[in-house]
Each structure stands twice: as structure tokens, then as C-alpha cells.
Design a protein around this ligand. Structure first.
Ligand code: GLU
Length: 485
């Protein structure tokens, strides 16, 4: 068997859509599972769509995610150049070969004529198809037009009868009537090839064995097959991946403001968690385990078990998975990646390691952190109603009592640490003969000013220190007394 060679062939659009990253990942996994080559090719023939800085996003994403390519524009390789805009001569030569074989032809139709054709199709509710007008030009007419410098494009010459069959390893055999095949454009009037032509020429010349891409290209695959056949080339194995949906009716798309890889990272997702999650969008591992490192994926990935049915992008699951990755980190690593989020809301000199201990088991995405911890910096405005908690059986009256009693007990703690603070609280529970909640809830509330907080009463007290704790308890007591009157 030939060495497996796959490629990731992004267009420089300026962002990395989750679907594109999945294509890159699957192409990488298919190659690496078989110890093959993974190639990066830049498809920049749509010059109007060129976006500044777009290449950096592609390189940065591959680097960050560890999808290391074996050949590509930046590192070269035996079948370069790997940027399509540097290969225009190649495409033109191959297009001319097809013309010589009668498999393609020059088309000089004006925009006006094509617009009319399109309009006509629309009015009669038919799918637009070019009418092969220029296929009938005589040799002399063509020569003259070329000589006169009339702008032209080159079209594929598809048969109008019979059928074309192609095989996709995921979607199976698909047969289409040739009458449905449009004479698609191979070379545009600016001399650049279309994606439809360049992908076939490049995949062949670059020795690609498995073409991995989104299912939106499935409907064009019969036309690609006709090109391979016209050239007398072997058709590669097609692996079309299912669409990624945001709900039952809508695809995940940048236009709807849905996440690109960069957006997810900005939102506080970890790259490894995102990559792991993306692997599962359309592929099921055999066992129960869903947490995979990239190497683990290389071992486990069997592309034949990619699903046909659309994959649902599930935020809740992605969050859960991210939380699992956060829990697995070392305390030091977690504190390091959480630090920018700490600094957003905390300027005081607090013990961030202690804060990390509280947060790491609870946080699912890093961007949640500021909300969890902002009260450490300063006590937020809060309503006295927070003291009333049905399950804890707390009300204004017993909360006042708790705070009145705990203040002197805290004042007398000489060595302010978590054990001594906890002991004071438990002593009060005993003294009052009440359930823990009646003591802990009002203290925690007074210290945090929040309904939910990272950490309980004594953990917060320990982190903010004795002086600040007492200050907040006094404020709470005041608030309660005012409310009770
Ligand atoms: N340039 C195409 C895209 O970005 C690639 C399609 C393919 O992988 O063949 O969608």
C-alpha cells in the first residue's frame, strides 16, 4: 500500500472555524494513525477574499493544537509550492491539456449573457446550468477571440446523458445523472483556477491518498471524479465529514456569531479540551472513555467510524470536558493560567494558591473566574434578603445572633488560620446548640456578599484576613439590624 498522505487545505479567511479545525484534525489523525504524511496547503485562489493576517491564524492554530505538518509553505517539501497562488502556471497547463482532449473548452460569454441565462433558469424554476454555448465555437472563432484579447474562462465539458458514480468512504456510493452536472469553471477570467479545479490537480500532484473535507463538497464530487478520469488519474479515497450543527436547523457558522477556535480560547477554553471535544463531533470512540490526548486520538482514531449524521455542537458538553481538563491540571499550572483572570478583579496581595484550591474543582471555563472571586477584592453591594435561607433555616433574627457572637470570637483569635477560624465557628455551633447552617450561612454571606461564592465561611475568612473579615461582619450585622427594625 502507498504511504498515506492527507492534507489540510484551508483558505485564508481570517479565522479558524471549528469545522475547519475538525477537518485538519481528522486529516492529521488519518495520516498519523498509519504513520503517513500530513500536508498543509494554502488555497488562496480567491483573491477577493484575501484577509491580512489570515495565514498567521492558520499557522498559529496548527502549532498551538500540535497538528504538526510534514510539508507546507513554511517548511517546504518535495511537491511544492504549497500555496496555490504560486501554482497558477501549473493549473493553466493542465486546463489546456483537458481542452486538447475535448474535456474542457474556452468560454467567452459576457456577464450579461450569463446573467440572462441565470434569470431564465430562475423564472422557470430550474437549477441554473451553463448551456454549452461556447462549446460550439469553431477553431477559428476561438483563435480570433484569444488573439483579440477577449476575456475568457475555461469550463469543464461534462456529458449530458448517462450517470456518474462516485464512492465516499463515509457516505457510500453516490450516483448522479450527468444531466445535472454543470460545466463548472476551471480557470477564471483573472487566470486563477477555481477551488473545484485546483483541488483535483493539487491532490493528484501532491500524492494525496485520502481527501478529507466537509460534506458541503459532496455534491461537487462527481464533477471532480470526471476530472480525475479525464486526466487518467486515480481517484483518491474520499472522506467527507458530517456537518456540525448548532441546533436542529442551523449549521454552526461564523456568520451567526458562533465560535471559531480563537473565540473559544478567548472565552477561556483550554486548547486540549477543545481539540478533544472537536474530535468527537462526528466520530465515536469505541469504549466509554471520551477524554483523549492527541496521541491517544492517533491510536484510537478509525476514520471508518466517522458518522454520516450531523454532529451537534453541545456547549454544555464542551464546558464539562473543559472542567475535566482543568481538574487534571497541577495546582501550579492552574494558578498560572488562571492568573490573568485573577488580576482582572483582584489587585490586593492575596494568597492566590488558596484561591486556586477553591476554584480548580469548580470552574469549567476560565472566563467564569472573575465572577467567582471578585468579592475577595471588595465586598459587593448586597441585599439583606441573602441572609434568609429556607434550607439553612436562617432568618434575620438568628443571623443577627450568629454575627453578634462570632465577632468577639474572631477578635480573640491570635493566630489567624483556617483551623482556628473553623474551631471558632464550631464552638459557636455547640454553644448555640444549632445546626451548622445557622452559623455558617450568615458568616459566609457577610464575608462574600454573594448568594454563591467560591469557598465557605472559614476559607473566605482565611483568605481575606482577620481585619477585613471583622469589617465585613460588622457591615453585615449593621445591615441586618436595620432590616429587622
Ligand atoms: N479551501 C477549502 C476550504 O477551506 C478546502 C476544502 C478541501 O479541504 O478540499 O473550505
Amino acid at each position: 500500500m502507498n504511504k498515506v498522505r492527507t492534507r489540510f487545505a484551508p483558505s485564508p479567511t481570517g479565522y479558524m472555524h471549528v469545522g475547519n479545525l475538525r477537518t485538519a484534525l481528522y486529516a492529521y489523525l488519518i495520516a498519523k494513525h498509519e504513520h503517513g504524511d500530513f500536508i498543509l496547503r494554502i488555497e488562496d485562489t480567491d483573491q477577493e477574499r484575501f484577509v491580512e493576517g489570515a495565514l498567521d491564524i492558520i499557522y498559529d492554530t496548527l502549532k498551538l493544537t500540535g497538528l504538526k505538518h510534514d510539508e507546507g509553505p513554511d517548511i517546504g517539501g518535495p511537491v511544492g509550492p504549497y500555496v496555490q497562488s504560486e501554482r497558477t502556471d501549473i493549473y493553466l497547463k493542465y486546463a489546456k491539456d483537458l481542452i486538447a482532449k475535448g474535456e474542457a473548452y474556452y468560454c467567452f460569454c459576457s456577464k450579461e449573457r450569463l446573467d440572462k441565462l441565470r434569470e431564465g433558469a430562475e423564472n422557470s424554476k430550474k437549477t441554473y446550468k451553463y448551456d454549452k454555448h461556447c462549446l460550439n465555437l469553431s477553431k477559428e472563432e476561438i483563435e480570433k477571440n484569444l488573439h483579440d484579447g477577449i476575456p475568457y474562462i475555461i469550463r469543464q465539458n461534462n456529458p449530458e446523458t448517462g450517470t456518474t458514480v462516485f464512492h465516499d468512504d463515509i457516505y457510500g456510493d453516490i450516483t448522479v445523472d450527468n444531466s445535472e452536472l454543470d460545466d463548472m469553471i476551471l480557470i477564471k477570467s483573472d487566470g486563477f483556477p477555481t477551488y473545484n479545479f485546483a483541488n483535483v490537480v493539487d491532490d493528484h500532484l501532491m500524492g494525496i491518498t485520502h481527501v478529507v473535507r466537509g460534506s458541503e463538497y459532496l455534491s461537487s464530487a462527481p464533477k471532480y471524479n470526471r476530472l480525475y478520469e479525464a486526466f487518467g488519474w486515480n481517484v483518491p479515497t474520499y472522506v467527507h465529514c458530517p456537518p456540525i450543527m448548532k441546533d436542529a436547523h442551523h449549521k454552526l457558522s461564523k456568520r451567526n456569531g458562533d465560535a471559531s477556535f480563537e473565540d473559544l480560547i478567548k472565552k477561556g477554553y483550554l486548547k486540549d479540551a477543545v481539540l478533544n471535544y472537536i474530535a468527537l463531533l462526528g466520530w465515536n470512540p469505541r469504549g466509554e472513555n471520551e477524554i483523549f490526548s492527541l496521541d491517544g486520538l492517533v491510536d484510537a482514531f478509525d476514520y471508518k467510524s466517522i458518522n454520516k449524521s450531523p454532529a451537534m455542537f453541545d456547549d454544555v458538553k464542551l464546558k464539562w470536558m473543559n472542567g475535566e481538563y482543568i481538574k487534571k491540571m497541577s495546582k501550579e499550572d492552574f494558578t498560572q493560567i488562571a492568573m490573568p483572570y485573577y488580576k482582572k478583579v483582584i489587585s490586593k496581595d492575596l494568597d492566590f494558591t488558596k484561591i486556586s484550591e477553591l476554584l480548580q474543582p469548580r470552574v469549567e471555563i476560565l472566563s467564569e473566574i472573575p465572577d467567582f472571586i471578585d468579592f475577595f477584592e471588595s465586598l459587593p453591594e448586597y441585599s439583606e434578603d441573602l441572609y434568609v435561607h429556607k434550607k439553612m433555616k436562617t432568618n434575620f433574627e438568628n443571623s443577627i445572633k450568629t454575627l453578634e457572637k462570632i465577632i468577639p470570637m474572631f477578635e480573640s483569635i491570635e493566630n489567624w488560620n483556617i483551623e482556628n477560624i473553623e474551631k471558632a465557628c464550631m464552638d459557636l455551633v455547640k454553644e448555640l446548640g444549632v445546626k451548622n447552617g445557622i452559623v455558617f450561612w450568615p458568616i459566609r454571606t457577610a464575608l462574600s456578599g454573594k448568594k454563591f461564592s467560591a469557598g465557605g465561611a472559614y476559607e473566605i475568612a482565611d483568605i481575606i484576613g482577620k481585619e477585613e473579615s471583622l469589617k465585613r461582619l460588622h457591615i453585615g450585622l449593621e445591615k441586618l439590624k436595620n432590616a429587622a427594625n
